[in-house]
Design a protein around this ligand. Structure first.
Ligand code: ADP
Ligand code: MG
Length: 360
């Protein structure tokens, strides 16, 4: 049964901005909910009424909720085969799944090829070891430990993405290797946001913004105080949380996506050193090149996959990849504070790059 979003902390608030332009009698609204993809979802957009905006928010919620359940590797849902079901049946039998799972897996395989294996959804057995150590280390910081390298190497033998067998006709997925596990943490949020953006656009919500834990996708434009159409403003978070400046840059972004992968989101500490959650498949350890990588492109699924992959690549290699991809821009921050930008990135930075909220 569908859970009504209102039951899960939906807050709708009409914001101060009203379009003065009489051509469009649309007002700006906001909504947020807390229970999807383990993070906060925020929606901002223009609509003719609060009721209409509520309807749009409900559609967005229902879509994201469905993707969240299908792509979940930690929970079972009654009557639903999801990624956990596939993992649980590794080496045992193929699992019949919704087309939305097949599509995500095919997309992820493409991203694997495009990024030379730097984002790999078949890395689950390696990632789960890091995950277990991180969770234990957060619970008991004094006895936090790193995974044994030998064990990581052993598990790395079971990460061959070609052993995810997909039967599109039968709509079945089989993990041929019994030790293999899927982990779609690097791609699923962005992919679900992109699909949801298409669904809501079709439903008539054409000027808005969806952010799932900072995975941002904008639709159309916003209206300024004078009722004039302008691009949405999206902020790149300052990784220095002690700074009074919340954003490093604010970008103009119409009909596009901004996704960041960084060391400051999820990590634990062992012997005074910070270990984050993005694992370089080449070293089987947290990648050490950057503080964060931000990607801007239209497709939010691609932005999500690329942000993780480019984070795992030396700068020159990542820059080369970004250069050859049409409509994709990137920003890198190194540990010494140096910032690098792809050629088209700076033209998206707002000229009045002043302090702003992350989404406005
Ligand atoms: P966030 O978790 O903030 O969305 P990412 O999109 O970079 O950040 O995804 C990180 C998650 O992806 C990790 O928590 C893990 O589940 C998974 N992951 C980590 N390293 C890799 C990798 N090299 N390839 C595929 N998935 C990865
Ligand atoms: Mg990602």
């Amino acid at each position: 049964m569908k859970r009504k979003m209102t039951a899960v902390l939906l807050t709708i608030a009409m914001s101060i901005t009203m379009t003065a332009c009489s051509v469009r009698a649309e007002k700006r609204y906001k909504a947020s909910f807390l229970n999807l993809f383990d993070t906060v979802t925020e929606i901002v957009g223009f609509s003719e009424s609060e009721v209409k905006f509520s309807e749009y928010s409900q559609i967005i919620y229902d879509n994201l909720n469905e993707y969240n359940r299908l792509y979940d590797i930690y929970h079972n849902y009654e009557g639903l085969n999801n990624l956990k079901t596939i993992n649980d049946n590794a080496g045992i039998k193929p699992v019949k799944v919704d087309r939305k799972i097949i599509d995500l897996l095919l997309f992820s395989k493409k991203m694997y090829e495009l990024t030379d294996g730097n984002v790999n959804i078949a890395l689950g057995s390696v990632l789960s070891l890091w995950h277990e150590h991180r969770i234990a280390g957060l619970e008991e910081p004094m006895s936090a430990t790193l995974p044994e390298y030998e064990e990581l190497l052993k598990r790395a033998q079971h990460t061959d993405i070609n052993r995810i067998l997909i039967d599109e006709k039968a709509s079945e997925v089989f993990l041929e290797d019994p030790e293999m596990r899927l982990d779609v943490g690097a791609v699923a949020k962005g992919y679900a946001v992109e699909k949801t953006a298409h669904a809501i656009e079709k439903a008539g919500f054409v000027n808005g913004m969806i952010s799932v834990g900072g995975n941002i996708r904008t639709l159309g434009s916003k209206y300024d105080e004078k009722g004039k159409k302008t691009p949405w403003s999206v902020g790149i978070q300052n990784p220095d949380f002690n700074s009074t400046k919340k954003t490093l840059h604010v970008l103009n972004l119409s009909e596009g996506s901004l996704v960041t992968s960084g060391i400051y989101e999820r990590y634990y500490i062992v012997d005074g050193k910070q270990y984050h959650h993005i694992i370089d498949p080449k070293t089987l350890r947290p990648a050490e090149y950057f503080v964060f990588v931000s990607i801007v492109c239209q497709d939010s699924g691609m932005a999500d996959a690329l942000s993780t992959a480019v984070f795992n690549m030396p700068f020159e290699e990542g820059a080369e990849l970004i250069k050859k991809l049409d409509g994709v821009e990137a920003m890198w921050e190194f540990h010494d504070g140096t910032k690098m930008y792809s050629s088209g990135f700076k033209s998206m930075i707002k000229i009045d790059d002043k302090e702003q909220n992350l989404c406005s």
